[in-house]
Design a protein around this ligand. Structure first.
Ligand SMILES: *Cc1c(COP(=O)(O)O)cnc(C)c1O
Length: 368
């Protein structure tokens, strides 16, 4: 690789071709079901503008973001795309949502009422109706759904009816089937009352639960970015992220001593410790302390001691000194050590690793 600019302590490389090919792979797997892309939280930390453009070029026409701010940002990037806002719109924001051509996900009776009032003022405008089937987070409860069917929601054109799976990454979990049944029931009830509308249930892992979960529109996020949607099985997705940290300090240990804050790792005379310019302020989580691995070329090296704010330390004793110098890059995320491996070492998920990726990294977009 090109060496990083002198001041960069780490290089984050984002492969837009891999993201585009992941989109096409999911789209193909879905057959007739349309494939949207979830690009909330700045495209899962990878940069909403390049990511959304790459996805649009790969054929994606529908996007989901979490917040209205994200929707407005994406509207400026993709003037023609369909953009839905998962967190919905409170009454005071409906005009702004409509002005930017965003589709609100209506998550409760108050949001439904606010959108209905907007339509009465300004004319029909699409919305998505969210029914909760097992998250207890957002979306109509069973009784709110019954009340809606009794009272009527005429006048709101529904782009689709949606729900969200709680355990899709665990195909054996009984909640998957329960949520599917509740969703089908909600959809049937709404259909009888207001006429048929398309349906959307599957996130990334939901797509791999099989065609019964696909309906009309799928909403993958994390799989597009290379995280394994089928934990415990080989990853069907292409890795899209590489993170390399630069060694800025190197020492031969000349007496038995400990490494880093809290003195949590002991080294003997003759060990060699490399200090890398990546820390928890960059999203290299502190829970990786004494647990993470990196690669120098093809050699695996262990992170030792605590992760500090701006630095981490690796034991490089096993490598010949000529292979490890100030400026040598340590691969922290890459083909040999994917996001899922780092997430397991940190005791978290690929979602949190991605959305924690730091702002100090030199970001390079390749492909596209
Ligand atoms: C984040 C989110 C998704 C995407 O989930 P992934 O697991 O990243 O594929 C889909 N639907 C809803 C409602 C979400 O909040």
């Amino acid at each position: 690789m090109t060496p990083p600019s002198d001041h960069a302590g780490a290089v984050l490389t984002i492969d837009l071709d891999a993201i585009a090919s992941n989109y096409r792979q999911l789209d193909e797997r879905l057959g007739k079901t349309a494939c949207a892309a979830v690009v909330k939280a700045d495209g899962y930390g990878l940069g909403i503008a390049p990511v959304a453009r790459a996805l649009a070029e790969a054929g994606c026409a529908s996007f989901f973001v979490a917040t209205i701010e994200e929707g407005i940002e994406l509207r400026a990037i993709l003037p023609e795309a369909e953009i839905a806002v998962l967190n919905g719109a409170p009454a005071e924001a409906v005009d702004e949502v409509a002005r930017h051509g965003l589709i609100p996900v209506l998550n409760g009776p108050d949001q439904i009422e606010a959108w209905r009032a907007y339509i009465e003022r300004a004319g029909a405008s699409l919305a998505i109706l969210h029914c909760d089937t097992g998250m207890a987070r957002l979306g109509l409860t069973q009784s709110e759904l019954e009340a809606l069917c009794a009272a009527g929601a005429e006048g709101i054109p529904f782009r689709c009816v949606m729900s969200h799976l709680a355990c899709a990454d665990d195909p054996a979990h009984p909640l998957n089937g329960e949520q599917l049944a509740l969703f089908q029931d909600a959809r049937a009830r709404l259909g009888r009352r207001f006429g048929p509308s398309p349906a959307s249930l599957a996130n990334s892992s939901g797509i791999f639960l099989g065609p019964a979960y696909h309906f009309d529109l799928a909403r993958p996020g994390v799989a597009l970015y290379g995280v394994n949607p089928t934990p415990g099985q080989p990853n069907p997705m292409a890795e899209a992220v590489q993170l390399q940290g630069k060694i800025i300090g190197l020492r031969e240990i000349d007496r038995a001593m400990t490494v880093g804050y809290g003195a949590t790792h002991r080294v003997t005379r003759g060990s060699r410790i490399a200090t890398v310019a990546v820390g928890y302020a960059d999203g290299f989580l502190r829970s990786l302390s004494n647990r993470a691995y990196g690669y120098i070329g093809t050699v695996r090296v262990k992170m030792v001691g605590r992760v500090s704010m701006d630095l981490t330390t690796f034991d490089v004793s096993a490598l010949p000194p000529e292979d490890v110098r100030p400026g040598t890059m340590v691969t922290l995320i890459g083909r040999k050590h994917p996001i899922d491996a780092l997430a397991a070492e940190a005791g978290t998920t690929g979602y949190e690793i991605l959305t924690s990726l730091g702002r100090r990294y030199e970001r390079r977009y390749v492909g596209d």
